[in-house]
Design a protein around this ligand. Structure first.
Ligand SMILES: Nc1ncnc2c1ncn2[C@@H]1O[C@H](COP(=O)(O)OP(=O)(O)OP(=O)(O)O)[C@@H](O)[C@H]1O
Ligand SMILES: [Mg+2]
Length: 342
């Protein structure tokens, strides 16, 4: 029966991220990769009605008229708005699953490693409310390590650093378990905020978080000597109150990103200091692997190489590694027993 059931049940893996929500389905790989944003409209009774989810909703951030709101229901790696998170999950799952569902799916959800028991229960319940048969939780760095094909079940240390939108999660993994971990509320969102602050301070220019993210992706970097590149940025002059354009350089954006990047470096170093010597020896050989969207920041691998003297690799699909690893765990009963959060 269980073999028969598995033929039809399209098990689902979900990475509910601060910036991106991904869904993978057994046998089909990643089927949805969308910003974690929901646009809602309030009706006369104050009820919220969902207008758009994902990419379309993200376009609306900072541009909504009165009565419409573009909400990011996840903040700092946690669910900040349960109702909207649930609506978002239901939308993505229903769309991904379409009419192929014959049985209620098994679901695995990735959670940050500092999630409290209360939060875990809430995540479980919101998945159950979308008709899951069985719900498993897996910690984000564990899922990323599996997705990046690290040999996590071997008696050897593996180090993974997942730089997401809201959090950076670092873990040392051996024999299928987490030996040491750390989670800090610093990720891509903080980098965007640092860029907003910089433009305000230096040019009296107010920009939105969307613009800041575009600057980061286009000319953001942590290179020692960034190649000279620049970008026109439009915003509102704080003093004159009118729209204005300034030109920012890759060099000054690198400066602006120093603080959040240093926090990540300090956390990585801190974890290395706490790592038992045998495992440290493994990591000297194998190095550390970067995942999460933050791993795409230009030069971040080189910066960590310089700061730790270790080999640093970037996972093949840094943003997809977490959900891919979760799907792999769901597909392998022995692995799932080992890595699922109890
Ligand atoms: N090319 C790039 N350069 C720099 N940053 C990038 C790039 N592409 C994406 N990012 C950043 O990566 C972050 C999103 O990463 P990811 O999707 O892994 O986060 P998340 O899983 O949703 O967040 P969390 O795990 O913290 O809840 C965003 O801050 C985004 O701006
Ligand atoms: Mg993530």
């Amino acid at each position: 029966m269980s073999w028969f059931q598995s033929l039809f049940s399209n098990d689902i893996a979900i990475d509910l991220g601060t910036a991106t929500t991904l869904i993978a389905i057994k046998g089909r790989g990643i089927v949805s990769r969308e910003p974690s944003v929901v646009a809602v409209q309030r009706d006369a009774q104050g009820q919220r009605r969902v207008l758009a989810v994902g990419k379309d909703a993200k376009e609306m951030i900072g541009r909504t008229p009165i009565g419409i709101e573009a909400i990011r229901p996840m903040k700092d790696g946690k669910i900040a708005d349960f109702e909207i998170t649930e609506a978002m999950l239901r939308y993505f799952i229903v769309r991904a699953h379409s009419t192929r569902t014959l049985m209620r799916p098994r679901v695995i959800i990735c959670v940050p490693c500092n999630t409290t028991d209360v939060e875990k229960r809430a995540v479980r319940e919101s998945a159950e409310s979308t008709s899951a048969r069985e719900v498993f939780l897996i910690e984000e760095p564990m899922a990323a390590a599996i997705g990046a094909h690290l040999p996590i079940t071997e008696p050897a240390g593996n180090m993974i650093v997942v730089i997401g939108g809201g959090t950076t999660e670092i873990a040392v993994i051996s024999l299928g378990g987490i030996v040491h971990k750390d989670s800090l509320a610093v990720g891509g969102d903080r980098m965007d905020q640092a860029i907003v602050d910089h433009l305000r301070r230096k040019y009296n220019l107010l920009i939105g978080e969307r613009t800041a993210e575009q600057i980061k992706i286009k000319i953001g970097n942590c290179l020692k000597s960034p190649p000279p590149s620049s970008m026109e940025v439009k915003g509102r002059d704080v003093v004159a109150g009118v729209p204005r354009t300034v030109v920012v350089t890759s060099h000054e954006i690198r400066e602006a990103l120093t603080e959040p990047l240093q926090q990540i470096v300090r956390a990585v170093r801190g974890l290395l200091e706490r790592t038992p010597p045998e495992i440290s020896a493994d990591i000297v050989d194998k190095g550390l692997v970067l995942a999460g969207g933050g791993a795409l920041l230009t030069g971040i691998d080189q910066m960590l190489r310089d700061e730790t003297n270790l080999p640093v690799l970037i996972a093949e699909d840094p943003v997809g590694a977490v959900v891919t690893g979760a799907a792999m765990a769901l597909d392998d009963p022995a692995l799932l027993r080992l890595v699922a959060v109890r």
